[in-house]
Write a protein that binds this ligand. Structure first.
Ligand code: GCB
Length: 603
C-alpha cells in the first residue's frame, strides 16, 4: 500500500514513530541484476552509506559520484512485540523511484523522487525480532517521468545523466526514514479551511480514518489552553479572538484529533490564516502582501540534496536577515521539515511539483529566450508523463495542504508553452489540480522568456503569473545592460496592455557571480555586476503595480551538471554554497527591510 496516509509520523500513547536514519548498507547495481541474484534478501559486499543524504558527494571517483542506474540500500530494524497493530516504513522520499522489500518480500513501489513512500510491513515484518529492510532505487531520467531528462551511455558502458534541467541529479535516500506503528483503523488524514468573522475565526475541519469510532477534535493555543472543541468527522470550530498566523509573525495552535476513547490520536501545529487573490493583490488574512525572497534548492556541501535541520536553520536565519518573507520550493517539493520550519517562522511558500525540463534541451537556461521552438508535448511519451505529473500534483497537495506557510501551488517550471499541445497538456494538469486543495489556494507555474505575452498559450490557466526573466544576463548582458532594461520594459508594457487582473511575481532573476570577483567598472560575474543588475531589475519591478513579488534566483550557489556555462555549479546565489553573504545580500537587506509588507497593496 503506497501513500495510504500522508500524515507526518508522530509518537504518542496510541502510535509510534521511530527514526531509522543512520549508517545503512549500499551497493551499485549497474546491470540491474540484483533482484535475480537475491539482493532482496542480502546485499553482497555492501559499503556503508549515511541516511539521509545524496550518495554522490561522499565518493572520490567519477564512476561512483556520477553513477546512474539501479542502486540498493539495506538496513535492519527491531520490531518490538508491543508495537501498535499496523506497522509501516515511511520514507520522506527516495530519488527518483524505488521498490521496497521487508524480509525479502516486496511491500511498496513508488515513482517520483520528492514525495513520501509509505510501505505497509505489518504482514512482512516479525515482532520481537530483527527485520531486514531493502530498497532498490533508480535515478534514471526520462521524458515520461518527472523531472525530465535522458541518459548517455559512454564507451565503457557507463551511463551518465543528461538532465533537461539545471541542477545536479542528486539521488538516494535523501530524507528521513521512520518505522511507524498505528492502530488498525488509524486516523489517516485531516483537512482544515479557515474563515474570518470579525475578531473570530471559523475553522472547518474534516477527518479521515478511525473506522466507525467517534471523532473528537480540539484546538489548543500556544499557552496550552483548549480554545475550541468539536465532535464528528466534519464540523466547524469557532475560535474567539483568534490569534492569526501572520507573515513573519507566526502563531500556531495545536490541532488535536482523537478517535474512540484513546484508540488513536494525532496532533499537529496549525496556523489560522486565509489566502486569496483579489485583482493584482495577494491577500493573507485579507491584508495585501508583497512577496520578497528566493528561489531555492535543497543543496549543500557533502550532503547534496540530503535534508539537514542544521542547514535549514542556517538558511532561515540568512533569509530572515535579508528581510525575506517567501521562497519557492524550486524545482520539487522539499523535505517536510522545511514546511514545518516555515510554519514556525511565518514564511510563505510557493510549493512546486518536479515538472521541470519540459523542453528538449540539456541546458534549459540556454534554450530559454532564444525564441527557438523547443517542441515537447507532441511526443508519444506524453500520456505517461501526464499521468505521472497529475499523480505528483495529487501527492504534493495531499502532503502539504495543511501547512499555513503554503500559499500557492506551482505546477511547472519553464516548460514549452507556445503550442496547442502544451495548452492541452496544461489544461489537464490545472483541471486536475483544481479538484484537490480544500483551501483552493492559487495555482501557478513559472514561465521562461519564450512564454512571451504574444506567444504563450498557457498563462491564463494561472491565478498568479510567475515569470523567470534574465534581462541583463542571458539577454544583453555586460555593456548592453542598458538595452536589456529597455527590452525588459518593452515586454512588461506588453503584459500591461493585456490588462490581466492577476498578480505577477518574478520567480527568477539573477546573475552568476563569483564571490571571489570584484571589478570597477563592473563586469559580468563580478559582485559589482550582480548589484548593478539587481538595481536595474528593481527599477522595472517598481514601475508596474501588478508586480507583486520578487524571488531572486538563487538563495545560494548550487551544484549542477558540468558544462562551460557553469563554474563548479550555478553561481547565482545571493549567498555562497557555504551560506555566507555576497555583496548582493546587503543590497537585498537594504531593499527588503525598507519595503512595507503591503508594498503596492493599496487599492
Ligand atoms: C532558469 C531555471 C533554473 C536555472 C536558472 C539559471 O530559468 O528555471 O533552474 O538554474 O534559469 O540559472 O539559468
Amino acid at each position: 500500500m503506497v501513500n495510504a496516509s500522508t500524515l507526518y509520523p508522530r509518537s504518542n500513547a496510541a502510535r509510534r514513530a521511530d527514526i531509522l536514519d543512520g549508517l545503512w548498507r549500499f551497493a551499485f547495481d549497474p546491470k540491474s541484476e540484483g533482484e535475480a541474484a537475491g539482493w532482496t534478501k542480502a546485499l553482497p559486499a555492501p559499503i556503508s552509506m549515511p541516511v539521509p543524504a545524496s550518495f554522490s558527494d561522499f565518493f572520490t571517483t567519477h564512476k561512483e559520484r556520477d553513477y546512474v542506474g539501479d542502486f540498493w540500500y539495506e538496513t535492519d530494524f527491531f520490531l518490538p512485540e508491543n508495537y501498535p497493530e499496523k506497522v509501516f516504513v515511511r520514507f520522506g522520499s527516495v530519488t527518483h523511484r524505488a521498490v521496497i522489500y521487508c524480509n525479502g518480500v516486496e511491500v511498496a513501489r513508488h515513482e517520483g523522487g520528492f514525495l513520501p513512500i509509505l510501505a505497509d510491513v505489518t504482514a512482512a515484518a516479525r515482532r520481537g525480532q530483527e527485520n531486514r529492510l531493502t530498497v532498490r532505487a533508480n535515478n534514471e531520467l526520462s521524458e515520461s517521468t518527472l523531472p525530465c531528462g535522458t541518459q548517455k551511455v559512454l564507451a565503457d558502458g557507463r551511463k551518465i545523466s543528461k538532465p533537461y534541467f539545471d541542477f545536479y541529479n542528486y539521488s538516494g535516500i535523501q530524507r528521513s526514514v521512520f518505522l511507524v506503528g498505528t492502530p488498525a483503523e488509524a486516523i489517516t488524514d485531516y483537512s482544515l479551511t479557515y474563515e474570518l468573522e470579525g475578531a473570530d475565526a471559523l475553522v472547518h475541519y474534516s477527518v479521515e480514518g478511525g473506522g466507525e469510532r467517534s471523532i473528537r477534535v480540539s484546538l489548543v493555543d500556544a499557552e496550552g489552553c483548549t480554545v475550541a472543541r468539536g465532535e464528528g468527522r466534519t464540523g466547524t470550530l469557532r475560535v474567539e479572538n483568534a490569534h492569526l498566523w501572520q507573515v513573519r509573525n507566526a502563531y500556531l495552535y495545536r490541532f488535536v484529533i482523537e478517535a474512540g476513547e484513546g484508540y488513536d490520536r494525532y496532533e499537529e501545529k496549525v496556523g489560522i490564516r486565509t489566502v486569496r487573490i483579489d485583482g493584482h493583490r495577494i491577500l493573507i488574512n485579507e491584508k495585501p502582501v508583497y512577496l520578497k525572497g528566493y528561489g531555492k534548492h535543497e543543496d549543500s556541501d557533502i550532503l547534496g540534496r540530503g535534508f539537514s535541520w542544521a542547514v535549514a536553520k542556517r538558511d532561515f536565519e540568512c533569509m530572515k536577515w535579508t528581510g525575506a518573507n517567501c521562497f519557492r520550493t524550486s524545482h520539487y517539493p522539499y523535505a517536510e521539515e522545511w514546511y514545518q520550519m516555515a510554519d514556525e517562522e511565518g514564511f510563505l511558500i510557493i510549493d512546486e511539483v518536479p515538472a521541470v525540463g519540459m523542453m528538449r534541451s540539456t541546458h534549459n537556461f540556454a534554450a530559454a529566450g532564444t525564441g527557438q521552438y523547443t517542441y515537447f508535448f507532441e511526443t508519444p511519451t506524453v500520456p505517461e508523463l501526464l499521468k505521472n505529473h497529475k499523480q505528483q500534483v495529487s501527492e504534493m497537495i495531499a502532503r502539504d495542504k495543511n501547512h499555513a506557510s503554503v500559499i500557492a501551488w506551482s505546477l511547472f517550471n519553464e516548460p514549452e508553452t507556445t503550442s496547442e499541445y502544451a495548452r492541452n497538456y496544461f489544461s489537464e494538469v490545472f483541471a486536475h489540480a483544481r479538484t484537490l486543495d480544500p483551501q483552493n489556494r492559487p495555482m501557478t507555474g513559472a514561465f521562461e522568456k519564450n512564454s512571451a505575452p504574444d506567444k504563450c498559450r498557457c498563462y491564463d490557466l494561472c491565478d498568479m503569473i510567475c515569470l523567470n526573466r534574465y534581462y541583463g544576463w542571458y539577454i544583453s548582458g555586460g555593456p548592453e545592460i542598458e538595452e536589456a532594461e529597455e527590452k525588459f520594459r518593452a515586454e512588461m508594457d506588453k503584459w500591461a496592455e493585456k490588462k490581466l487582473n492577476v498578480p505577477f511575481v518574478f520567480t527568477e532573476f539573477g546573475t552568476d557571480t563569483l564571490a571571489s570577483e570584484h571589478k570597477l567598472p563592473s563586469v559580468m560575474w563580478s559582485q559589482e555586476y550582480q548589484d548593478e543588475y539587481l538595481e536595474r531589475n528593481f527599477g522595472v519591478f517598481d514601475s508596474y503595480d501588478f508586480v507583486q513579488g520578487e524571488l531572486v534566483w538563487n538563495f545560494a550557489d548550487f551544484q549542477t551538471t558540468e558544462g562551460i556555462m557553469r563554474v563548479n555549479g550555478n553561481k547565482k546565489g545571493v549567498f555562497t554554497r557555504q551560506r555566507q553573504p555576497k555583496d548582493a545580500a546587503f543590497v537585498f537587506k537594504r531593499r527588503w527591510e525598507s519595503l512595507p509588507e503591503d508594498y503596492k497593496g493599496q487599492e
